[in-house]
Design a binder for this molecule. Sequence first.
Ligand code: MN
Length: 746
Amino acid sequence: MSNVALEHDYGIGWGGASLAGMLEESERIFSETGHYGGLDELPLKATEPIRYEKMFSRLRGGLVGARETAMNISASPIVREVGELCFALYTPEGDAITLSTGIMAHVHTMSMAIKHMIRSDYETNPGIAPGDIFVNNDPQLGGVHNADVMNFLPLFHEGEIVGWAAGVVHELDVGAPQPASMPIGTVSRYEDGLILSCMKVGSNDTLNRDYENRIETAVRMPFYWVLDEKCRIAGCQIIRATVERLIAEEGIDTYKLFMREVIEDARRAFKRNLTQMTVPGTYRVPSFMDVPHEEDKGLMPDYAAVNSMMNCPLSLTIGRDASFHVDLDGANKWGYHSFNCTPSGLQGGLWVVLSQTLVPNDKVNDGAYLATSFNTPYGTWSNPDNRSVSNTLSWIFLIPCFTGLVHALSRAFTARGYLEEVLAAYPFTGNITQGGGINHHGQDAGWSNFEHSSCGISARWGYDGEVSGAAMWNPEGDMGDVEAWELTEPLLYFGRRIRPNTGGPGKQRGGSGWECVRMLYGTERQILFHCNSGHVFQTSGLYGGYPGSSGYRHMITNTDMKERIAQGLPYPVEDRDTEDSQIVANVEADHLIDRRCHHFPVSQSEYDLYLSVLNGGHGLGDPLDRDPEAVVADLNSGDVLPRFAPTTYGVVAEQDADGHWVLDQSATDALRADMRKQRLEDSVPVEEWMEGQRGRAADLDFIEPVAKAYRESIALSENWAALYKDFWGLPDEWSPPNGDASGRDR
Ligand code: MN
């Protein structure tokens, strides 16, 4: 193991080095040797493998225990019910050694914040000492969005820094002009709410009183913020105690070697898994997201109130040398909305995918990061060339983007025969319900409901997806008890049910999403948001499977619910079917149904209803290949509406006297034969189809948001422009036209 340069004799680093010097040296050694810490061997693991594994297990166990304990300190249902928190342990330089369960997105985002503090010489000013407490929620320094608040405690041994403990929690409200943690309709960072940019906020294990005062007035419901902060700090202190005990028993020199080895070990494991499980090559997967703000004119500035579309042309290149390169070259421009990402946020997304695919074991740390590279092109939504852009809802673009990465990996796994690892990607984790106003406790409050942490899971090779399973960013996600949400939100739950037809059709069906019907109660006024994909499918299914359903909005205002309740009349506990809505049937109201799932918050009143449809997963394989008995089971379980069994799956079934669906095998065989014949008749060779579309592609004859996205991608990337030309067979001199078919100016 190599030691660090001793440039200064006063530093908190090892052997008196400065911390910045240690980081510089660590990066130099890695770039020169290709091994973390310059370790071309793993001496501890090689000579004392049991001791090595025990040390890892004790640290990892300490972190998982810290998370479980800390969850009971917080009062927020996001933490207690859904587990939206994560702890990690870092080297002095800010490289992750191990992490707890939970929102693993933050392993490398917190690493970036620590490195920012080191590079900015926090060692000199404001100083880094035992017992200090730092906080960050600035996504440009490390994080995904400012809702995710992180605390950092430096760990010392006999005057030397030996690492950092860090914890992150998603807050209920961030003090933005609009209530809730992830506002929609903000157009700049100055509207994103409270942003604390790597600040020292405590010393001697105590938060500074001036910081506590600031929180009291900066956010709605500071009670939750303060308890969440105590939850993070307590978790970090438990980690500190675990590390101190381990050093006392194993010795500081062993611990120093161990932390280097375990990262190099994980880097090698990542490369081994990659070599073993994938076929080298370039995998391209486009995905999309709609940002429909045109109808928000008057609520948002004119330049922001436009319809736009996100283009995410992700490519994954796996090299023969087990290199792993993710590239967003060709992404379109950032926009005046709250959905822009930062490179740090994208690292969060990458982590989510890697820890659920290539490194699904306990030894997840920055070794995997060091085995990957990631291009987030400057000027695009993934790395805006404007530091003032808003990004409270970065996940809107992150989820489609990394859906593409799961598709790419699944193809690479299939090619190698690792079929059990194949997954038809993540669904978009919506609808995200948020709101605020005067709540049922008479307080001015904002809230973010996180029941979308359990959307339907996509199909796998040979298996249907799970119903309401998890979220892309939290593999342990949970919908939470309704009573817990009702404590913080002035909306009563009438019902939660599986929502039919939300899972993507396929030989293996995507897991169903679900729905809940709620009523505003005990509040004078609330503003409410929806948040989902409405106009586009973010991605396809896999191998002929269809995507899960996209979302829609059904607003129910001016209801007769007050009278209904007084008279004991029926009220809707489910909606079930857009075309035969149980809400429309069971309540007198103004019903607005459209596809605007991202919108400026809307004012609603007591007794209004709110329908939230939670997405299902994507399908895998051709629906006509699905076992007909499985489709009949779907009819009986309510996962598929009867009218879609013949049209989508070619399955004919009839109800018996008890109302149970029973398969008609011969009618099914005949219908499927007809449908296959019809497909042949309807289909044309790909070359012929492309010939027919080439003129549209050349003229960018698409709806304006799509044409605009492509114009931006072409302007921002020569490579992507060349790919577009090559794919469509356009001449070299082609450039995008200035006007579209409608003759509109731009
Ligand atoms: Mn978050």
